[in-house]
Design a protein around this ligand. Structure first.
Ligand SMILES: CC(C)(COP(=O)(O)OP(=O)(O)OC[C@H]1O[C@@H](n2cnc3c(N)ncnc32)[C@H](O)[C@@H]1OP(=O)(O)O)[C@@H](O)C(=O)NCCC(=O)NCCS
Length: 181
């Protein structure tokens, strides 16, 4: 296993150097999506940066939010733009980044870790469940607000319970109280 140094940093505190390292990692990992900025829809609250020998090799954006599950409010950590430098993949770096978020969530009594992904294996291996719910969120497309969206999500929303007993099953409507990250 690669020796990793995890750096937790507020989005607004990122240095120019960190921004340019993140941008180059995002550009390589998600071709065509991060040409001129380091976020796609909206800035994160925080970034978790994984360094090996001083080199940025992995990254995720962390969202902290209240969402509504049925009629209950839940606190979540949202995981955004998880990526690992190509030469360092399949060595557990992404899994370690997820573990780092979960440790932080446990320490802070967060109810769920939540993410949206088309491929599920990495997350299922870390204990995330694919959820199917009627959802409401605020649409943002190409840096424009496009209004409220209501749709049933069946193949991308994944969550892991961290603390509490807030019920979450297919019958609940989920209001993201913000954009879909
Ligand atoms: C997905 C990604 C972050 C995984 O990083 P990693 O450090 O290689 O992950 P780990 O070593 O902890 O786990 C590897 C396992 O993740 C799974 N996996 C691979 N690519 C995946 C993907 N795009 N989405 C979900 N799971 C994936 C596989 O099961 C893989 O194991 P296997 O190849 O032996 O079957 C990395 O491949 C990457 O940066 N891809 C490009 C960006 C991306 O698609 N990010 C996901 C956004 S939701």
């Amino acid at each position: 296993m690669i020796e990793l140094k995890m750096v937790h940093i507020n989005e607004y505190e990122l240095s120019d150097c960190q921004r340019s390292q993140i941008q180059s990692l995002l550009k390589d990992s998600f071709p065509g999506y991060f040409e001129d900025r380091i976020f796609f829809k909206q800035m994160s609250r925080e970034r978790i940066l994984a360094y090996s020998d001083g080199l940025l090799i992995g990254h995720l954006g962390l969202e902290y939010r209240a969402i509504k599950i049925g009629d209950q409010l839940a606190s979540i950590f949202g995981i955004i733009d998880l990526c690992v430098k190509e030469e360092y993949r399949r060595q557990g770096v992404a899994t370690e980044l997820l573990r780092t978020v979960e440790g932080k969530a446990v320490a802070n009594d967060i109810n769920f870790c939540l993410l949206f992904a088309d491929e599920h294996k990495l997350y299922q291996n870390s204990g995330y469940t694919l959820l199917k719910n009627d959802c409401t969120w605020f649409g943002i497309e190409e840096c424009k607000s496009i209004g409220l969206i209501k749709e049933r999500l069946t193949d991308c929303m994944m969550a892991k319970r961290i603390s509490g007993e807030i019920p979450w099953d297919e019958t609940h409507t989920v209001d993201l109280l913000g954009h879909l990250f």
